[in-house]
Write a protein that binds this ligand. Structure first.
Ligand SMILES: Cc1cc2nc3c(=O)[nH]c(=O)nc-3n(C[C@H](O)[C@H](O)[C@H](O)COP(=O)(O)O)c2cc1C
Length: 186
């Protein structure tokens, strides 16, 4: 059985560089690891406890089921105004409930990404790790890939054509997959 990883792009735009980074992750997953992208972040509504009972909005259910169905999660997020995009936060909130039984609970999860700033969105990544940990995820915080100057660096090329990015992202996927083995064995 392959190790399965769900890649969640934290940006909703079609030409997202973070989506492209996850395309690199999928294309360079090692043997025995399958990484597929979650396509439904734009359909996940703002978290609303009134809507989260016996049923939940279909977009949130799709997210929960997608996460529940894999061994690990890899989020690639940009930084918006020094923190995570609202869509990423809402996704984490839906994944954190029902309290103590959310789909992210004990699931290995790592955060990488690219942003325009010179630090590549490390504030956003740290915020995502914090929220994911409080939500119950098994945050793999040794995985850190923050690619700066996204808009310029990937203006003419896809991240797949950037050898440094390919190397860093490939290593991140391998480390996340290894963490699945660790958590299974523990
Ligand atoms: C509303 C908004 C706020 C942003 N704030 C930041 C920021 O605080 N730090 C940063 O490095 N880049 C910031 N950026 C630039 C994004 O990091 C950059 O556009 C990134 O490539 C977007 O990710 P995407 O290509 O996956 O859509 C911001 C962009 C937008 C649209």
């Amino acid at each position: 059985m392959p190790v399965t990883i769900l890649g969640i792009p934290g940006s909703l735009r079609a030409a997202s560089h973070n989506r492209q980074v996850l395309e690199v992750a999928a294309a360079n997953a090692p043997d025995g690891v399958e990484l597929r992208l979650f396509e439904g972040l734009g359909d996940v509504p703002h978290y609303n406890e009134d809507l989260d009972g016996d049923t939940a909005p279909s977009g949130a259910v799709a997210l929960r089921e997608a996460v529940a169905g894999v061994d690990a999660v890899l989020i690639a997020t940009p930084e918006f105004n020094g923190t995570i995009p609202g869509a990423v936060k809402d996704a984490i909130d839906w994944l954190s409930r029902p309290f103590g039984q959310g789909a992210i609970r004990d699931k290995p999860v790592a955060v990488i990404g690219t942003a325009f700033g010179q630090y590549g969105g490390v504030w956003a990544q740290d915020e995502a790790r914090k929220a994911l940990g409080i939500a119950g995820g098994a945050v793999v915080d040794t995985v850190k890939v923050a690619v700066p100057e996204s808009i310029v660096r990937f203006a003419e090329i896809h991240p797949a054509d950037d050898a440094e990015v390919v190397g860093q992202v490939s290593e991140a996927v391998r480390a996340l997959a290894d963490a699945v083995g660790t958590s299974v064995a523990a």
